[in-house]
Design a protein around this ligand. Structure first.
Ligand code: IYR
Length: 222
């Protein structure tokens, strides 16, 4: 059994309360500008920006610090096309047959459909995978704990980092997602979580006119 090893907490900086208020408000202001965007420009951007955003995502807390995520960054046009075609097969089935009327009604305000052009237009498509097992330094196989929660948190940080960098993203969950393992050559015990489509918005990008719940609707103080 490995012994716990501790080092002093060197990275924490306390801010005066007034400054904290200002920082919290400024961060909210920055975040409330974020919109999920479906219309992308094909403008390229340096890979380094994506790498830094992924480093930010990798700071997420995770069950037993197992860091059960894997990110496949797709830049290759042929691979993007393969993903688009496979996704559209699933979405056609979803929109035409599989989706219950109620689900289609919930999606109506977003104007989504079976066409996923953005998968080819945007310069980056990041496939997020959840790993179920890993190897310890000794080489033996271990189970990962709370993998979905961990990867969900890391994805949230990734979305935040992308927005903070000045780009837009679409959180895209194909109706069935298993095809990503084949196209991206990921092992069977790794589960696709979602796709993040990343780039600049197109000049004529529009977003649905939807509102966010206010604090009183989403939080209770007891
Ligand atoms: N995966 C489909 C349907 C869809 C489902 C939800 I929940 C959304 O928030 C948006 C779309 C699609 O992406 O078109």
């Amino acid at each position: 059994m490995p012994k716990p090893q501790f080092v002093p907490l060197m990275t924490y900086h306390e801010h005066p309360v007034e400054e904290m208020k200002q920082r919290a408000a400024a961060f909210y202001n920055e975040m409330q500008r974020r919109r999920t965007v479906r219309h992308f420009s094909n403008r390229s951007l340096p890979r380094e920006i994506i790498e830094q955003c992924l480093r930010a995502a990798s700071t997420a807390p995770s069950g037993a610090n197992m860091q059960p995520w894997h990110f496949v960054v797709v830049e290759d046009q042929t691979v993007k096309r393969r993903i688009r075609l496979a996704a559209e097969v699933e979405e056609r089935e979803f929109y035409r047959h599989r989706a219950p009327e109620e689900w289609l009604e919930a999606l109506a305000p977003l104007g989504t459909n079976e066409h996923k052009q953005f998968l080819e237009t945007a310069p980056y498509v990041i496939a997020v995978f959840v790993r179920r097992h890993g190897k310890l330094p000794g080489g033996y196989r271990v189970k990962y704990y709370y993998p979905l929660k961990s990867v969900g948190i890391a994805t949230g940080i990734l979305i935040t980092a992308i927005h903070h960098a000045g780009l837009v993203a679409l959180t895209y969950t194909p109706s069935r997602i298993r095809f990503l393992n084949d196209i991206l050559h990921r092992p069977a015990d790794e589960r696709p979580f979602l796709l993040l489509v990343v780039g600049y918005p197109s000049k004529d990008a529009v977003v649905p006119d939807v509102r966010r719940k206010v604090l009183a609707e989403i939080a209770t103080f007891v």
